[in-house]
Design a protein around this ligand. Structure first.
Ligand code: SF4
Length: 461
């Protein structure tokens, strides 16, 4: 009975789990109000990422591209970035921030983006003296890191560029990490039940955009530039995801003495308990009865399912590192066996992550943790019959492994384009634990019926 933490031994990637750094930065900036990210690179670096976001949310929103062509590789493309910023400022009268997200091509060309920033600021001062538009680069060369680091770098850059020390605001900064709007709503619910005044960085809850009679149907983030400015004045910061937003919380701690707690990901009952206790301590609040009742409801649902259907089920999990760690911990809490855990890069020091190391104490089965993994690491083990699985937890890009090997799958994380509306439901908090346990059970039920495997149990349960 052991946890083996290894790195993928092959060179190259077959069916990657992650996208590139600029993708993560783009996900971060769509969480900001009156903000349009300008992706400085070839058009596809923006178009394909934006398409994936749109497929996930089934919503429309703004992202821009400086749209480079061959000549840029020879002569540089600073003028394209400057032109792009000018166009955005002219076209969008309410625009307050333009983060310029670099890509592999523009970082390789060596475009001096800090000089672009100065030149655009000069232009804006001259042409729009009454407007305050912030412009700055977010450096995300895609040959380093992955979407995970891209998100983290973007949030860190936003805080570095915008946070200003002023009057203490009594608010708790909450760095969400790459979570779904349903998770943000659950987070806001927990915080409001506890009476905690918060600064949510980044609030994507508006991505469930209604279709209105005036035909406005664009989704945009809820976090304002002012929220970032004010993040230096909070009573503390909590980052749900260590690898996506953790650096920004730590920066505020070092630079402005805003104490940070990083990496309590409230997935599952025990982790949500820790999260709720931690924010109660930071904000000096009591835990209300409403959350105790909600916890009880989740426990009740889990007890109904745990021993009869979920216990001992063998699971493979892949996706964003904090999500994957939280899901593995929750599966163990439910008596399930996450025998294969895949991290899509090797950059976060996952081998040394204390939550990963702590799994060693918790498991009574053999578990394999693969860093820098791809989806072939999952498929090859099934193909070669090295493992047997009852369930897969991961995003939609692994759907063919589920289909080809007839293993039930619960879509979780990003992207989940082949299922309707999943992003509206939380996986965090007590509600998330309840929902996730029931989703896993329902996936197993459907599989029992499909394979005519002990489906009679569902009649007598
Ligand atoms: S890998 Fe490079 S070229 Fe491809 S989308 Fe990412 S930034 Fe653009």
């Amino acid at each position: 009975m052991s946890v083996e933490i290894i790195a993928k031994k092959r060179n190259g990637i077959i069916n990657p789990i992650f996208n590139c750094q600029p993708c993560g930065a783009q996900f971060a900036v769509i969480g900001i109000k009156d903000c349009i990210g300008l992706v400085h690179g070839g058009q596809g670096c923006c178009t394909f990422v934006r398409l994936m976001f749109a497929q996930h949310f089934k919503e429309n929103f703004d992202l821009a591209s400086s749209s480079l062509h061959e000549d840029a590789a020879v002569f540089g493309a600073m003028d394209k970035a400057i032109e792009g910023c000018k166009v955005l400022a002219v076209r969008y009268p309410n625009l307050k921030v333009i983060p310029m997200i670099t890509t592999c091509s523009t970082e390789t060309i060596g475009d001096d983006m800090e000089s672009v920033q100065v030149r655009v600021e000069e232009y804006l001062k001259k042409e729009f003296p009454d407007r305050d538009i912030k412009v700055f680069p977010i450096h995300t060369p895609s040959y380093a890191g992955s979407q995970v680091q891209g998100y983290d770098i973007a949030v860190l850059t936003l805080v570095k560029q915008l946070a200003v020390q002023g009057t203490p605001n009594g608010k708790l900064n909450v760095f969400t990490g790459w979570i779904n709007p349903g998770d943000v709503n659950e987070l806001k619910y927990i915080l409001s039940e506890m009476g905690i005044d918060t600064n949510i960085l980044l609030d994507t809850s508006n991505f469930d955009a209604p279709m209105l009679p005036d035909k406005s149907g664009f989704a945009c983030g809820n976090t304002t530039v002012e929220d970032f400015v004010d993040s230096a004045n909070g009573i503390g910061s909590i980052a749900l995801y260590k690898y996506e937003g953790g650096s920004a919380a730590e920066y505020l701690d070092t630079k402005f003495k805003v104490p940070a707690v990083v990496g309590i990901t409230p997935i599952g009952i025990a982790n949500t308990d820790r999260f709720v206790q931690q924010i109660a301590k930071m904000a000096g609040k009591e835990i209300p009865d409403s959350l105790v009742i909600e916890r009880g409801r989740a426990l009740d649902a889990i007890v109904d399912l745990g021993h009869m259907f979920l216990a001992d089920k063998k699971v493979a999990i892949y996706g964003d590192p904090d999500l994957v760690i939280g899901l593995a911990e929750f599966c163990i809490e439910l008596g399930m066996k996450p025998i294969l855990v895949l991290f899509g890069d090797d950059l976060g020091g996952y081998k040394k992550d204390e939550r990963v190391l702590a799994l060693q104490e918790k498991v009574n089965f053999d578990m394999e943790v693969v860093c820098n993994a791809d989806l072939w690491e999952l498929e090859s083990r099934l193909k070669e019959k090295k493992i047997e699985l009852d369930l897969i937890l991961g995003h939609s890009k692994g759907r063919y492994v589920s289909i080809d090997y007839q293993i039930p799958m619960v879509r979780v994380g990003f992207p989940t384009f082949d299922r309707a509306g999943l992003w509206k439901y939380p996986v965090i908090g007590y509600k998330g634990a309840e929902w996730l346990a029931e989703q896993m059970a329902n996936a197993l039920f459907a599989d029992m019926e499909f394979k005519k495997d002990k489906e009679w149990k569902l009649n007598v349960w």
